[in-house]
Ligand binder design. Structure first.
Ligand SMILES: [Zn+2]
Length: 133
């Protein structure tokens, strides 16, 4: 007996959730990049050095935020791809279903909580860098 309702309705719900996150994250990334100073730009004589330092620090923070947003966008795209091929919600490492609580909180989560913790502790910084194939 089904306890979680129509699976295709569940997929449609997650697809909508992912598309909303993709739109919001994409808009945030665009705004973030627009506010960053293009590389090589220097302050004019009218500006004090302190202002320039603040600007550089600000840019660095912006770049880190942009990187994080880009990684999330990539993960959202990958999750939408998994929805298409029917592997969405299945942890590729242990083959178990990813908990619904986790998918509600992080719809683009590629792994179950346990395997993600292992991956985060693993050697190297491989999060979101699995590449094509
Ligand atoms: Zn797992």
């Amino acid at each position: 007996m089904e306890t979680s309702g129509d699976p295709s309705a569940t997929r449609a719900r997650y697809r909508q959730l992912l598309e909303e996150h993709r739109a919001a994250t994409g808009a945030e990334l665009t705004a973030n990049r627009a506010s960053a100073t293009p590389g090589g730009e220097r302050p004019g004589f009218g500006k004090r050095a302190g202002d320039y330092v603040a600007q550089v620090v600000d840019d660095r923070t912006n770049n880190q935020v942009a990187d994080a947003l880009a990684a999330i966008l990539e993960a959202i795209e990958a999750a939408l791809g998994r929805l298409e091929d029917g592997t969405y919600g299945i942890c590729p490492d242990c083959g178990e279903a990813i908990g619904e609580d986790r998918l509600q909180a992080v719809p683009w989560a590629p792994r179950c909580l346990r395997c993600q913790a292992v991956a985060d502790r693993g050697p190297g910084l491989t999060f979101g860098r699995t590449g094509p194939g």
